[in-house]
Design a protein around this ligand. Structure first.
Ligand SMILES: Nc1ncnc2c1ncn2[C@@H]1O[C@H](COP(=O)(O)OP(=O)(O)O[C@H]2O[C@H](CO)[C@@H](O)[C@H](O)[C@H]2O)[C@@H](O)[C@H]1O
Length: 629
């Protein structure tokens, strides 16, 4: 495959094009809302040309003070400036000290407690649960920021304020209009973007508001398919996200330029490109770093090359995003295959690259798993790492879950069988507590191996089992689910749609969770399943291979080991074999089954472990100079 890589990592724009963003704050003052600080900040207004010089920082008595200046250069106030990467910065909004407060340093304590480096982190994402979610990206960007904030980092999440006209809009009710508008030049015009904000669970949730985020459907499309202006919508998100740390005085002060952007998937992929092409040539964000987090390489944000001008980037940066399809993928004889690829742009400009499991971090450097970007990713493999996702153990907790009818835990599993009975009743299946109940939850598409399920289901249903599927996606699979339900009324239920409460009830009520994903960067449902004592049967790929260990009854002096079954290769026969072994174990070896459930439930799924690994990568990213200066 020919990959057009005219971009140069050390590219610097020679002739600065005016790419400034006009910022406007309503003329109101922001009071620092901390218990003890009564410093007031004047609104600030500047263009990107003046870059990093708008605040003069002075180190005084161990506390950094930032002088706020107006346009004429007069000092109009001071603010505390947390510096990303400096030692000892504690929880953001509690970090603002009373200016009268005396800072007492216990020398002995300082010697014994190792100082912790904390960072100003800016997540940029197209979805963040509970505000928006179509899949695992929403789960991760809804819970990892909270885990990092709890560890002392200052964390902001920038995501669109989607309003679809339905009850889901209420999720944004607590977010307040910050009265801060910026103007973004892109797509041949100037767009006004507004910021909303909610401070929750230690995190600054920043919502980018623009009319293009207000329409029925999910974040990416509606019943007619993907929205035609997604490139435009997520370009806006990226421009706004780059401005947010500079202009939003959250809790009284901005995040500033020394921050770390975590750009999630292609929707946020323009962020590292903008840092390099739009800001650094003007001296802004010289100390910032960016990490692109790949949750799914199959989606790259590819559009015709002619759309390059819509990004609001200098023409000489075309090479960073330019992409040429291989000949076989071109549609007609005159098709030159030229395109722009946002994720490619992120890969060639980000300081580091992260994926959501170690297995997947290797797979993406292979032709089979690289989706055409394997060579490029291979060329940057020294900065590619994989960190397995954690889960939100508060939302997914069988002893507290608000969506399930009976609670249970490792010490008392009786509630699980009640969940099973209630699920059979709810879906109109025969109530049979002893019948093996298999579940599937996920998008109905190629990635999730639905075609393999489809070919194996008639054979599977010859056995005395019940099978429930929840998902939406390709119409042919939705139709197949409806038809299969009509044929196997006592054995199969297909719930077409996206329904979080039902997903919890299936996770709790089933005995086995099936995940024959063709590829799976991490996968969360198998983690939820194990936490709920539901045994996963998965294709051993990516994060599924990393997290599900196949049952071995003879290990550990006959006590057994493993938490499920990970089969490969991905064929109908192997999937059915693995399912049959699981079903037989469930029926005939109850003690072994109990051990499988117990080992799965005992595991630590919290974000703590992953957060420590993220911190290690944050340290590395600040050791090196920016990849593109
Ligand atoms: N119909 C439905 N109703 C209700 N809930 C539904 C649903 N369909 C899916 N979900 C939920 O959406 C989430 C899906 O998460 P996954 O990690 O399995 O896959 P996804 O491919 O979206 O995420 C991508 O990003 C994540 C996060 O990094 C990676 O784990 C993954 O491998 C990668 O493909 C789960 O919380 C699941 O319960």
């Amino acid at each position: 495959m020919e990959i057009l890589l005219r971009s140069c990592p050390n590219f610097t724009a020679k002739s600065p094009v005016k790419l400034g963003v006009d910022r406007h704050f309503a003329s109101r003052t922001f009071a620092i809302s901390n218990k003890s600080c009564n410093v007031k900040l004047r609104a600030i207004s500047r263009s990107s040309e003046d870059g990093s010089s708008f605040v003069e920082d002075v180190k005084k008595n161990g506390v950094l003070l930032g002088a706020e200046m107006d346009e004429s250069g007069s000092i109009v106030g001071f603010r505390l400036v947390p510096q990303s990467g400096d030692n000892e910065v504690s929880n953001t909004h509690d970090n603002v000290l009373d200016d009268k407060e005396e800072v007492i340093v216990d020398d002995e304590l300082a010697k014994t407690i190792p100082t912790k480096v904390t960072y100003n982190i800016v997540f940029v994402t197209s979805e963040a649960s509970p505000y928006s979610k179509t899949g695992g990206l929403g789960d991760v960007c809804g819970s990892l920021p909270i885990a990092l904030a709890a560890r002392g980092h200052r964390v902001m999440v920038v995501t669109p304020r989607y309003l679809s006209g339905g009850p889901a809009d209420r999720k944004f009710d607590s977010a307040v209009d910050l009265d801060c508008r910026i103007k973004v030049s892109c797509s041949g015009g100037v767009q006004e973007v507004v910021f909303f904000h909610e401070y929750r669970a230690g995190v600054d949730w920043v919502f980018v508001d623009h009319p293009s985020f207000h329409r029925p459907g999910n974040p990416y499309g509606d019943s007619y398919g993907a929205f035609g202006d997604n490139q435009f919508r997520f370009t806006l998100l990226c421009h706004a996200a780059c401005e947010a740390p500079l202009v939003l005085p959250l809790g009284g002060y901005t995040y500033g330029e020394k921050c770390l952007f975590l750009a999630n998937d292609w929707h946020a992929g323009l962020v590292p490109v903008l840092l390099a092409a739009k800001y650094r040539p003007y001296g802004v964000y010289k100390d910032a770093r960016s990490i692109v987090v790949i949750h799914n390489l199959a989606h790259q944000g590819v559009e015709p090359a002619s759309t390059y001008n819509n990004f609001g980037l200098p023409p000489e940066w075309y090479g960073a995003l330019g992409w040429v399809f291989p000949t076989w993928a071109r549609t007609h004889a005159l098709d030159t295959g030229e395109a722009v690829n946002i994720l490619k742009g992120a890969i060639v400009t980000a300081d580091r690259i992260l994926t959501v499991s170690q297995g997947y971090s290797w797979e993406i450097t292979t032709p089979e798993g690289g989706n055409g970007l394997d060579e490029l990713l291979g060329s940057r493999k020294t900065v590619v790492n994989g960190i397995t996702n954690g889960i939100d153990v508060t939302e997914w907790n069988p002893s507290l879950d608000e969506h399930i009818p009976s609670h249970y835990s490792l010490d008392d599993l009786s509630g699980k069988i009640e969940c099973k009975i209630a699920l059979q009743r709810e879906l109109g299946l025969p109530i049979r507590p002893d019948c093996p109940l298999i579940g599937f939850i996920g998008r109905l598409d190629y990635q999730k191996g639905i075609d393999i399920i489809l070919s194996g289901t008639p054979d599977l249903l010859q056995d005395d089992v019940q099978f429930i599927m929840l998902g939406s996606g390709e119409k042919q699979y939705e139709d197949w689910m409806r038809a299969t339900e009509a044929t196997f009324k006592d054995k199969f239920r297909g719930w077409v749609g996206f329904n979080v409460p039902i997903s919890h009830r299936i996770t709790a009520g089933c005995d086995i969770l099936l995940m024959p994903s063709r590829f799976e960067p991490c996968g969360l449902n198998q983690l939820y399943a194990m936490r709920y004592g539901t045994v996963p049967v998965v294709h051993a790929t990516g994060g599924l291979g990393d997290t599900v260990k196949t049952f071995n009854p003879f290990a550990e002096e006959g006590k057994g080991e493993g938490t499920g079954w990970a089969f490969k290769p991905l064929t109908r026969e192997r999937m059915l074999d693995a399912l049959w072994v699981a079903i037989e174990t469930y029926r005939k070896h109850k003690t072994c089954w109990g051990g499988l459930m117990k080992r799965g439930m005992e595991r630590d799924y919290s974000w703590d472990n992953a957060a420590v690994q993220y911190e290690q990568v944050f340290k590395w990213v600040f050791i090196d100079p920016p990849y593109v200066s």
